[in-house]
Design a protein around this ligand. Structure first.
Ligand code: DX5
Ligand code: ZN
Length: 221
């Protein structure tokens, strides 16, 4: 299974956003994680479709995962698809019918993913596993970067991995060189890291180390 590292743009220096997008791409990271917040589903606001379009313009070949932390993600699938999203991640806690919306994401030609908050049990995503390409397990309460990893989420990763051995499982929140290993051991093969990667003076070295150590932990019995 492919093991991937994704910098989260939320932690970039917004004063030089285009350079930060290029720095993330040049680091050798596999894809970019772009956090969209509505100040309703989470207590914060972040980016809209224009920032996704900026990412596509600045780094067309750098794959774009769009994490919709929105109460009504169903109202924004088309604008984000048109702006260049390549995976759209919607929350199981959102106020919409996932049985309808996950197929709609795929019908737009994108990868579909389902995300779940720390307090949501693994079983909540089981009915949708056949409709998505990826599960995003939040390991912080969504809304802000720079929070501490919640280790209580680890058993949930293992439960989902056992239930869906071939699905991509992404973790998001508080990932650093230590927590990356815990998440990968539990069964995650995609790691999002925001503040940890963007604060590095040598992002490429940090990405390579996370990928090497994470992949080893993922593949260890
Ligand atoms: C949190 C976001 C995360 C955030 C992670 O609501 O979904 O993607 O950027 O940031 P770090 O890695 O700093 O915890
Ligand atoms: Zn995120």
């Amino acid at each position: 299974m492919v093991f991937q590292i994704l910098p989260s743009l939320l932690a970039a220096d917004y004063g030089s956003l285009a350079d930060e997008i290029r720095r993330a791409e040049a680091s050798g990271a596999d894809a970019l994680h772009i956090d969209i917040m509505d100040a309703h589903f989470v207590p914060n606001l972040s980016f809209g479709p224009d920032i996704v379009a900026l990412c596509r313009r600045v780094a067309p070949g750098f794959f774009r995962h769009v994490h919709l932390m929105l109460t009504r993600p169903d109202l924004y699938l088309e604008p984000f698809a048109a702006a260049g999203a390549q995976t759209i991640q919607i929350h199981v806690e959102a106020d919409c019918d996932l049985h309808a919306e996950l197929p709609r994401i795929r019908a737009l030609g994108l990868r579909a993913a389902i995300a779940l908050n720390p307090e949501t049990p693994a079983e909540a995503v089981f009915p949708y596993l056949g409709l998505c390409d990826e599960v995003l397990v939040m390991t912080v309460h969504p809304g802000y970067g720079g929070q501490s990893f919640i280790p209580d989420c680890l058993p949930k990763i293992s439960l989902i991995r056992r239930r869906a051995p071939d699905i991509d499982i992404m973790v998001d929140g508080g990932i650093n060189d230590k927590t990356a290993i815990l998440a990968a051991k539990a069964g995650a093969n995609q790691l999002v890291a925001g503040s940890y990667l963007f604060k590095q003076s040598d992002m490429a070295a940090a990405v390579a180390a996370l990928r090497k150590d994470g992949a080893a932990a993922f593949n260890s019995p």
